[in-house]
Design a protein around this ligand. Structure first.
Ligand code: PLP
Length: 391
């Protein structure tokens, strides 16, 4: 299969070599280690002079298939699969920073990424500065002599703030920084940061990549030289993804394109409907013309993604009341599932932040995050309609 094949063909047809059984669907290699025919071949493999798989903390055929597919879909030279999205973020940062380094990050990063930057990295003498995602003209003043990494997320969770990836890539090159992008919300189907100048990307495969709310997983992908350092770090510190989860995720990639098309179509429909409802003061979705970065969204994303946010005019109480009244949608904190999930960030995922910190990343008390699933959208709209109706 050629590199020029379409996205879905690569996601479906790229597969590990068949075993002697000529199985059609890809097999699962649930084994922690591998054997060698002779002591000499084992020695050669350990010395790096012969092909062979040693141990599943290093690599595993089921995990390798998932990595190779993701490399092909993201246009990456190399990758490493991790047990969760956060282990991808943490391992890639820890593999590259040294004590005394400084990280530049856009303010709207994932909650646990914020904890790594603010609570953990200072233990090892690594500092950070937040910059505003949509004010790139001000980033240069935050660059220090010891700045090594530019870390960003677009669209952000849950504020749906976008960063101009092409401009960020240019900025990183001008200032000699490693550009790392959390591409979780977009997936490679909607946005490919490596093609726009990023050096590394991270994924929480738990979300749209698995797409069915079954298991945790993560991935780090990017330039070979940086990945060599990261793979060394990961092999010896042990965040490896389980072969079982990799097997699930690799199968999930086969339907990523059709799923994302459907999630995005329904999300746009729901966003347009929500905009017209009384009691809702704001709706945010990258492909709505009312989104402040709508043009940028159209430029760097194929579709708007599966997340919509809306703000209840009545604040936190009205938001929680709406959540309580929903009968079809799930009250949960995950996203990227076949099932529509509604989350109230102020009282749950972002409750540890101060009010001021929440407002700075666009989380007002009445904000709800909706991860639009694959149910019939008329049923989801109907659910919101009955929950919003005066009772
Ligand atoms: C969920 C999420 C993560 C963390 O992923 P886990 O798989 O839960 O560890 C990181 N970044 C973003 C944008 C996320 O939504």
């Amino acid at each position: 299969m050629s590199d020029q094949s379409s996205f879905s063909t690569r996601a479906i047809r790229q597969q590990m070599e068949r075993t002697q059984y000529r199985e059609h669907s890809t097999p699962l290699f649930l084994t922690s280690s591998f054997t060698f025919p002779t002591a000499e071949q084992m020695a050669d493999t350990f010395a790096g002079n012969a092909e062979g798989i040693i141990y599943s903390r290093y690599n595993n055929p089921s995990v390798d298939e998932f990595i190779q597919k993701m490399c092909s879909l993201e246009g990456a030279e190399a990758g490493f699969a991790t047990a969760s999205g956060m282990s991808a973020v943490f391992s890639s940062l820890m593999a590259l920073v040294r004590s005394g380094d400084h990280i530049l990050a856009t303010r709207a990063v994932f909650g646990s990424t914020h904890q790594i930057l603010t609570s953990l990295m200072p233990r090892w003498g690594v500092s950070h500065t937040y910059v505003e995602p949509d004010q790139q003209d001000q980033w240069a003043s935050a660059v220090q002599e010891n700045t090594r990494i530019l870390l960003l997320e677009t669209p952000s969770n849950p504020g749906l703030a976008l960063v101009d990836l092409e401009a960020a890539g240019k900025f990183a090159r001008e200032h000699g920084l490693i550009l790392m992008v959390d591409n979780c919300f977009a997936t490679p189907y909607l946005q490919r940061p490596l093609e726009l100048g990023a050096h590394l990307i991270m994924h929480s495969a738990t979300k749209w990549i698995d797409g069915q709310g079954r298991s945790l997983g993560g991935m780090i992908l990017g330039d070979q030289a940086l990945m060599d350092e990261i793979v060394f770090f990961c092999r010896h510190t042990g965040p490896a993804l389980s072969p079982f989860n990799a097997w699930l995720m690799s199968k999930s990639l086969e339907t990523l394109a059709v799923r994302m098309e459907a999630h995005c179509k329904s999300a746009l429909q729901l966003a347009e409907w929500l905009q017209k409802q009384d009691g809702i003061s704001a709706v945010s979705y990258p492909f709505l013309s009312s989104h402040p970065q709508h043009e940028l969204a159209r430029k760097q994303m194929k579709l708007g993604g599966g997340i919509v946010t809306c703000t209840l005019a009545g604040g936190a109480d009205a938001a929680m009341q709406l959540v309580n009244r929903l009968q079809v949608c799930s009250r949960s904190s995950n996203l990227g599932d076949t099932r529509t999930i509604v989350t109230h960030p102020t009282s749950t995922t972002h409750s540890k932040l101060t009010e001021e910190e929440r407002l700075a990343v666009g989380i007002s008390p009445g904000l709800l995050r909706i991860s639009v699933g694959l149910e019939g959208i008329e049923d989801i709209i109907g659910d919101f309609a009955q929950a919003l109706a005066p009772q």
